[in-house]
Design a protein around this ligand. Structure first.
Ligand code: S3P
Length: 737
């Protein structure tokens, strides 16, 4: 960062004044000089000790300043630039706080011919309805975003200095291009203000006496609060950001026209479509704001402090099966008719699938307490989404959707979060290409994926190189759109929910040993789906009750598809006391209540044929192994290395940190049972790692600190409450990053 002996702040309002206070508090910026048109504001700032010197004439100080901050209304920027230009030193760093950036750039270009290399544009997203020096607050920028919009000509030192300046005031600095900044602000700030001003004005004109407002309730108040903002400032903003605002307004008018037509024609489906999409977007936004979404948008991290608990007891029900929830939305959307789903998993992963289909025009009501109603559009009824389909952390969404998208007549881009962006997609891209699809992956065969529409697919016979239900499902789903027969042959049995559910939707699947075949060109007919509880989520409680002495729990309504029961088989081999009660079949899937009582576990060699049947449960099986007598050996599990994290290495790191001896090999691990010590572990972006170490605390000597656990929301919302209710002792710690 450039050394700054003198800082000049031009414009001492709320924004400039707060910056002065924050810089003083951070002991940054050297001598602070404040300039303002209003002498009384300067006097006040001097009296309050916010600045060291003050003047109504900025020009007197420009040559001395190492850093100059233009904090005047956007409309006044050009005048100020022209005043300071003759005195500005080439090495002084300049920045501004204007809320539209294109106009400030244009003003600078008119003033200097081109943007000076040391002039870096910025915009703090902070404010208040109050104004003036009196309203200035030292913490106005704490945990607020500041958007810095560097231009290609800017010097690295200037960008770094401006960034560090804001960071020193406690802000989170984001970088954006100038045009993008103006578009984003036009849509998220300027347009809502315009609408609020306009609505209130329109209503007030209709009713000269403002009588109508007497009847207005919360909805009106919420919608129009911002119509009480500063009129002059907003006039200036609409002049400065005219083009981007008009563009946003144009999109909005198209949206209103669509809604108007739906209302005129009493088009119930169209209205439901608009309202359910809007509601889900707003709910998602609320989750982001209160930090319950797994992506920490507010820079807040969630950690667990897991202390030794007591014996587990009682009956509990874990959330719906993730694999079945994904497929229920996919097949329900592509069916003809209305599909009702109960027990749907309201986790971020399955919600990502749900949102993807909404983005492709499917009307989906809910989820509300696990109930979802999908208004199917038929196999050919999807429409092109407005942008890329964002699938968060969910590998299942991306791989299964890739198969379905290959059969559409539009192009789609599939993207995901940092963890999903590292996962291999070539395993689905290769067979899809063999079917005639055009699939582009990014470097190393990773996401984002682009799938080109309008290709004629042909059926293939695919011998799968790895035991993966996602690959199998992807190929079979593409097969629905392909000419002729599509057959998959798996090297070992993997979960067969796709095959079962296709059959449930009336689409024939011919199954023989390891092969499954569909013939393209059929149709899906809507049906009702009752999603059982997820055995992968139940597994945490199976291990928990097994290792916590004196435990006796019953986990209700768990899906026991034979391709998923590896965890029960393995734990039983280790000596676990697990019994099944009330066995029944629900919607084509076997279901039972699982009773687990604690038992002394012993180390075993895990049979390789159980690996695909327990593929998601190994992190918590490793915890069982750590608590068992003797050594547990796992081999043939290289697939664990390409899950949400490298589950062999990440678990080994955590177990070692807790004093458990283990040896990692390429395709597995040896774990020697021992005494779990207290310590700190990291989830490495993986929900199942976080929950597994929470379970480990039941047998640890002291607290286990588990870093970064927000991702648990991807598969198991309500995990902490359920675990604590059963006898565990987990505390959630939110930390501002
Ligand atoms: C899943 C298949 C498995 C599993 C994943 C869900 C599915 O992945 O790990 O959590 O729903 O088809 P692979 O196909 O990569 O083994």
């Amino acid at each position: 960062m450039k050394q700054i002996k003198t800082t000049l702040i031009i414009g001492l309002g709320l924004i400039g004044g707060s910056l002065a206070k924050a810089l003083k508090a951070a002991q940054l910026g050297g001598t602070l000089i404040g300039c303002d048109r209003d002498q009384s504001e300067i006097d006040l700032a001097l009296k309050l000790g916010m600045i060291d010197q003050g003047s109504v004439m900025a020009t007197d100080w420009v040559a001395q300043a190492d850093l100059i901050i233009l904090s005047v209304p956007v409309i006044a920027m050009e005048t100020v630039m022209q005043q300071i230009a003759p005195y500005l030193r080439a090495d002084s760093i300049v920045t501004d706080v204007g809320s539209s950036k294109g106009s400030v750039l244009a003003a600078a270009e008119r003033t200097w011919g081109q943007l000076p290399v040391n002039f870096v544009l910025g915009h703090p997203i902070a404010g208040s309805e109050k104004s003036g020096v009196m309203a200035a607050k030292v913490d106005l920028y704490q945990r607020h975003k500041v958007i810095v919009t560097p231009a290609p000509c800017n010097s690295a030192l200037a960008i770094q200095t401006v960034t560090q300046l804001w960071e020193a005031c406690g802000a989170e600095v984001l970088t954006m291009e100038i045009a993008r900044h103006d578009e984003v602000l036009a849509a998220t700030s300027h347009l809502p203000h315009l609408l609020a001003f306009s609505l209130v004005d329109t209503l007030a004109r209709q009713d000269e006496n403002l009588e109508i407002f007497r009847y207005a309730a919360g909805g009106f108040r919420d919608f129009t609060r911002i119509a009480a903002s500063d009129p002059v400032m907003w006039r200036d903003i609409f002049i400065a950001n005219r083009d981007a605002v008009l563009q946003a307004l144009g999109h909005f008018e198209e949206g209103v026209a669509r809604l108007r037509a739906a209302v005129e024609q009493s088009d119930s489906d169209a209205m439901l479509g608009i309202f359910t999409r809007a509601k889900s977007a707003r709910d998602h936004f609320s989750r982001i704001l209160d930090n319950s979404a797994y992506i920490p948008m507010q820079n807040t991290l969630i950690h667990y402090r897991a202390a030794p608990g007591k014996a587990l007891s009682g009956r509990l029900r874990v959330p719906g099966d993730k694999s079945i929830s994904h497929r229920s939305i996919m097949l329900g959307s592509l069916a003809e008719g209305v599909t009702h789903i109960t027990g749907f998993l309201e986790g971020e992963d399955s919600l990502a699938t749900l949102q993807a289909f909404r983005d492709m025009g499917v009307v989906i009501e809910g989820p509300h307490q696990g109930e979802v109603t999908v208004h199917g559009v038929g196999l050919k009824g999807l429409t092109k989404p407005a942008g890329a389909l964002y699938l968060g952390n969910s590998g299942t969404s991306m791989r299964l959707l890739a198969g379905l998208m290959a059969g559409q007549n539009f192009d789609v881009e599939l993207t995901g979060d940092a963890s999903l962006s590292k996962r291999p997609m070539e395993r689905v891209a290769a067979p899809l290409r063999a079917m005639g699809a055009v699939v582009e992956t990014s470097e190393g065969g990773r996401p984002p994926m682009i799938i080109r529409g309008g290709q004629a697919l042909k059926g293939i016979h695919y011998d799968m190189p790895m035991a993966s239900a996602q690959v199998k499902s992807c190929v079979l789903l593409a097969g629905l759109y392909a000419q002729g027969e599509t057959t998959t042959v798996e090297p070992a049995p993997t979960r067969d929910h796709t095959e079962r559910m296709l059959t449930g939707f009336g689409y024939p699947v011919a199954r023989e040993g390891a092969s499954a075949t569909v013939i393209g060109g059929g149709k899906l007919t809507a049906t009702d789906i009752d999603v059982p509880s997820d055995i992968s989520s139940a597994a945490f409680f199976m291990v928990a009750a097994s290792i916590a002495e004196g435990s006796d729990i019953t986990i209700e309504h768990v899906g026991l598809n034979p391709t998923r029961v590896g965890v029960i088989n393995i734990l039983r081999l280790m000596g676990a006391d697990i019994s099944l009660e009330n066995e029944r079949e629900v919607g084509g899937e076997p279901v039972a209540d699982i009773r687990v009582r604690s038992a002394q576990l012993k180390g075993i060699d895990i049979p390789e044929d159980q690996v695909p049947l327990a593929i998601d449960e190994f992190p918590v099986i490793f915890i069982a192994a750590a608590c068992a007598q003797g050594v547990t050996r796992l081999r043939g599990a290289e697939e664990l290395r390409v899950k949400e994290s490298d589950r062999i290495q990440v678990m080994a790191d955590g177990l070692l940190a807790l004093g458990i001896e283990c040896t990692v090999v390429d395709d597995g691990i040896d774990i020697t049972g021992g005494t779990l010590q207290s310590g700190a572990v990291h989830s490495r972006d993986d929900h199942r790692i976080a929950m597994s170490f929470a379970v480990a605390s039941l047998r640890s000597q002291g607290e286990i600190f588990i870093e970064d656990c927000a991702n648990v929301a991807t598969s198991f919302p309500g995990f902490v409450e359920l675990a604590n209710g059963a006898g565990m002792n987990l505390k959630v710690e939110k930390v501002e990053g």
